[in-house]
Design a protein around this ligand. Structure first.
Ligand SMILES: [Mn+2]
Length: 436
């Protein structure tokens, strides 16, 4: 079936001695780590929007990449060629999953009814290609942020007509995700936020966002879609303030609105750093609250303040991410989706392979490092020791709810100044470095 990537072989594991740039050095899909194959741990997915629809455009210039699947003046012909190229790529790379926005896979027509027909036509092809290749849909989503109608947001738009349009679009995107057996559906808040508070009724917009998500939950039940709903936090860009700011903000919003049972989070590494957190922090917060759903695996640049969506290559980051993901019990419906784009100067088709191969190897190393850290118990034993005061005596009594302020005051007067214990940060950092 090779049409678009004729010169590129199927990517195989060749081990660390290999110098072949079209081979994995660390990712060995069938290798068992902590009782599961690497493929089952990671559940790698390719992001359709960046890898097949991204052309390298930036605010200073148009795209730089010329793709063979883009070679037609007929938009629907391009859409079909792109879908064929995508499944050829998934198969050669050896990933199990893909993710898409509705408008990536099928272009808009002059009206919504016609747009929906176009989407159905491309989804017919995607359904066939999924069947032929065994590649599955990790999640689908809606692009309700690019078109000018969404310039002031979708569900938080000041206009109810735009709210209705966005609802119609999400309805259809959920239907096609359901039809393709999607294991999840992601709500990324596109332009759900504001540019200035002066023209914004923040309270009302947040109420509308909650109402919208409740409608989505109702519709999910109505059509029998059993995939997991995710919200993907992001603090800013394109708006100055995005409502789904970070994991903690989203979790508070979900609880306030009675939505916490219906949503988990899709954590993106670069969104975490934009929020002033680490990727590790956002994953750890989700794990602590049982809301880790899926991951958009990428990275930012330490010197740039925007969402650069680079492919993840930092072994420290992947080790800590997998350390938390493994301790959370691992992915069920979710996976590691490469929401990442090759750089504007990486113009060849080969670069798409190098980017994904490197990222998959980086996570494979992270997985192996994290598994060893868990098996050795090195960090966990040190953390347990640090909190050991809570396992006995006054600590256990506080945790068991047997103490109040009166009792604690009496205890402190009797026992005097507390003993302090070193936090040993440098030792913890040294231990981590023994594994990376
Ligand atoms: Mn993302």
């Amino acid at each position: 079936m090779s049409e678009f990537f004729k010169s590129i072989p199927n990517i195989k594991f060749e081990g660390t001695d290999s110098k072949n740039p079209f081979a994995f050095k660390h990712y060995n899909p069938q290798e068992i780590v902590m009782g599961k194959t690497m493929a089952d741990h990671m559940r790698f997915g390719v992001a359709y929007w960046h890898t097949f629809k991204g052309g390298g455009a930036d605010p200073f210039g148009p795209g730089t990449m010329i793709r063979p699947w883009d070679d037609s003046s007929d938009e629907m012909e391009v859409a079909e060629m792109t879908m064929r190229a995508a499944f050829e790529f998934f198969t050669k790379l050896g990933v199990g999953f893909w993710c898409f926005h509705d408008r990536d896979i099928a272009p808009e027509a002059d009206n919504l009814a016609e747009t929906n027909k176009r989407l159905d036509k491309i989804v017919d092809l995607a359904e066939k290609l999924q069947k032929d290749t065994g590649v599955k849909l990790l999640w689908g989503t809606t692009n309700a942020f690019a078109h000018r109608r969404f310039m002031s947001g979708a569900s938080t738009n000041p206009s109810p007509e735009v709210f209705a349009y966005a609802a119609s679009q999400v309805k259809k995107a959920m239907e096609v995700t359901h039809r393709l057996g999607g294991q999840g559906y992601t709500f990324w808040g596109g332009r759900e936020g504001y540019e200035t508070l002066l023209n914004t009724d923040l309270k009302r917009e947040l109420e509308h966002l909650a109402a919208f998500l409740h409608m989505a939950v109702d519709y999910k039940k109505k059509i029998g879609f059993t995939g997991q709903f995710y919200i993907e936090p992001k603090p800013k860009e394109p708006t100055k303030h995005q409502y789904d700011f970070d994991a903690a903000g989203v979790y508070g919003f979900l609880i306030k609105n009675g939505l916490e049972k219906d949503f988990k989070l899709n954590i993106e590494a670069n969104h975490a750093t934009l929020a002033g957190h680490t990727f590790h922090h956002e994953l750890e917060f989700c794990t602590a609250n049982g809301i880790l759903g899926s991951v958009d695996a990428n990275r930012g640049d330490y010197l740039l303040g925007w969402d650069t969506d680079q492919f993840p290559t930092d072994i420290n980051d992947t080790t800590l991410a997998m350390y938390t993901i493994l301790r959370s019990g691992g992915f069920t419906t979710g996976g590691l989706n490469f929401d990442a784009k090759v750089r504007r100067q990486s113009t060849d088709i080969d670069d798409l392979f190098f980017a994904h191969i490197g990222a998959m190897d980086a996570f494979a190393r992270g997985l192996k490092n994290a598994a060893k850290m868990i098996q050795d118990g090195a960090l966990a034993d040190m953390v347990k020791q640090r909190y050991s005061g809570w396992d006995m005596g006054i600590g256990a009594e506080i945790e068991n709810g047997k103490m109040g302020f009166d009792e604690l005051e009496a205890y402190s007067i009797k026992n005097g100044e507390p003993n302090i214990k070193s936090g040993r940060q440098e030792l913890f950092e040294n231990v981590l470095n023994e594994y990376v």
